[in-house]
Design a protein around this ligand. Structure first.
Ligand code: C2O
Ligand code: CU
Length: 515
């Protein structure tokens, strides 16, 4: 019989209210002393109306691939240092894959077998993790799959999940925030027949556009600099989209699909349109929703993705903004204003041509998302995010497996943010469903497939998931807060997926030295 752990009584609590400010301050002090971070972030930021959107949005190139004799589609990524002019004539030292900043967009189809030849041309070790991907733990690119300088690593796996917007980024233990902030990230799009049959925009870079949003700091001259820290990590006072500062996007189609990826290390966004029109959300982390949903904003914490549709009229200009409020940010009082909770940004200006290609109506039904039968839950596990910025009272230990799961059984993970500050929760290898939030059904925008969730203070999230295959007692996957500074400081744990009755072993981190 699978072990079933009980959830501590009284874990369900009302959400934090403004009246809980004292508790916020108390929790904050614990946090400060533990993580050595301050609550005094950079103070409220608004770039609305202040940015010249005069640079065409860079579109990451599509990754080239070849097909091996055995049918494997092979990509290559080379992590390298370089120099990027975010401001013409002002070079900043940055890192990228196959270039100086960010990386190419990888596109693969469900059913394909893929391999990515990863080379590390940096002078320090890194990894490449496939965020949101269902794949064997050895191929996952977490902290156990370090690639030493000059070495290469060639993970391969079957693409076995529905069409979705995933991404890749480094995951070296303790260094993830730094490696991502330097520019190592890219999008990984999965296509499938079901999505291809829908009348949706899908011409890459034309009417189906990656929008990779990151915050950073710049000197007066325009050289990139490290931003000030809040409780969540570095919070920049300017944005880059696909590495472009002040970007605009020319479109000549009536309907445009934007694939939003929050590739920031700490900042959460509340994406909305400048003229107040609703945001039409069609997909979340793991794929299409059953039907599109109109929202006044889409909140994305670091690592989360959202696909949205924008219908434009000839000649108009529409501003993608982020308009955070303390309520959306899950922060109160002065803590909010110093931690991005009242920040507003102009993000990307969409410029519609005078002549637009017409687009068909968006299909009413986009996907079928079957419910998990809770009666089939084999194991329930609590995950408590606590004031020490740990999970279940432990800091991450590469040599410890925290949870052992039986392959292909239904798991219920009860994630409780037991602190007065927002965190997040990401699980490797799987797309999960949110069964409830503080006992209530999730709103439609959280009812689809997810791999990363924003966790509000004093709130409990019940997640259902099934690790269908790839049992491996020797190699763990990770779960963690995706505020990368927290993750780097140990707000992470490890789980192994095993065959029934098997126990997990623990291996030392494997290091790849082959050239
Ligand atoms: Cu996007 Cu474990 O990470
Ligand atoms: Cu956190």
């Amino acid at each position: 019989m699978p072990a079933s752990r009980s959830i501590p009584a009284g874990i369900r609590r009302p959400r934090a209210t403004v009246g809980a400010l004292a508790a916020v301050a108390a929790g904050a002090l614990v946090a400060v002393s533990f993580a050595g971070c301050g609550l005094a972030g950079p103070g409220p930021v608004s770039t609305v109306g202040k940015v010249d959107f005069d640079t065409p949005l860079a579109i990451p190139p599509l990754a080239e691939s070849s097909v091996d004799a055995d049918g494997t589609r092979v990509f290559s990524l080379d992590a390298q240092a370089g120099s990027t002019e975010f401001e013409p004539g002002e070079p900043s030292t940055t890192w990228g894959f196959n270039g100086s900043y960010l990386g190419p967009t990888i596109v693969a189809k469900r059913g394909e077998h893929v391999r990515v030849d990863v080379t590390n041309s940096l002078d320090e070790a890194t990894t490449v993790h496939w965020h949101g991907m269902h794949l064997p733990a050895e191929m996952d690119g977490g902290p156990h799959q370090m690639v030493e300088p000059g070495a290469s690593w060639s993970p391969e796996w079957d693409i076995d999940q529905q069409a979705a917007t995933l991404w890749y980024h480094p995951h070296p233990h303790g260094e993830t925030e730094d490696h991502l902030a330097r520019g190592l990230a890219g999008m990984f799009q999965i296509q499938d027949d079901a999505e291809a049959a829908l009348s949706l925009p899908r011409e890459y870079g034309v009417d189906d556009v990656p929008v990779i949003v990151q915050d950073t700091g710049f000197s007066a001259e325009g050289e990139q600099e490290s931003p000030q820290r809040g409780y969540a990590g570095g919070l920049g006072d300017e944005l880059l989209v696909n590495g472009t500062r002040g970007p605009y996007l020319d479109v000549s189609d009536e309907l445009v699909r934007l694939r939003l990826l929050n590739a920031s290390t700490a900042r959460s966004y509340a994406f909305a349109w400048g003229d107040g029109r609703p945001v039409e959300l069609i997909a979340t982390d793991g794929g299409l929703l059953e039907a599109s949903v109109e929202l006044d904003h889409v909140r994305l914490s670091p690592g989360e993705r959202a696909e949205v549709l924008l219908r434009v009229t000839p000649g108009e200009r529409v501003m993608l903004q982020s308009r955070m409020t303390p309520e959306i940010a899950g922060l109160v009082g002065p803590v909010a204003s110093m931690n991005g909770g009242s920040d507003s940004f102009d993000v990307l200006e969409v410029r519609a041509a005078d002549q637009l290609d017409p687009a068909p109506a968006v299909p009413e039904r986009l996907n079928t998302i079957p419910a998990y039968a809770e009666a089939e839950v084999a194991t329930t596990r609590p995950f408590v995010l606590d004031d020490s910025f740990e999970i279940n009272g432990h800091a991450m230990d590469m040599g410890r497996i925290d949870e052992t799961l039986t392959v292909d059984t239904l798991e219920r993970w009860v994630v409780t943010n037991d602190t007065s500050l927002p965190h997040s929760f990401h699980v490797h290898d799987v797309q999960f469903r949110i069964a409830s939030i503080d006992g209530a059904a999730p709103p439609p925008e959280l009812a689809g497939w997810k791999d990363t969730i924003f966790t509000e203070p004093q709130t409990e999230y019940e997640l259902l998931m099934r690790f269908e295959d790839y049992a491996d007692p020797d190699t763990p996957y990770m779960y963690h807060c995706h505020l990368l500074w927290h993750e780097d400081n140990g707000m992470m744990g490890q789980f192994a997926v095993v065959e029934p009755g098997q126990s997990a072993t623990m291996t030392e981190g494997t290091t790849h030295h082959e050239h």
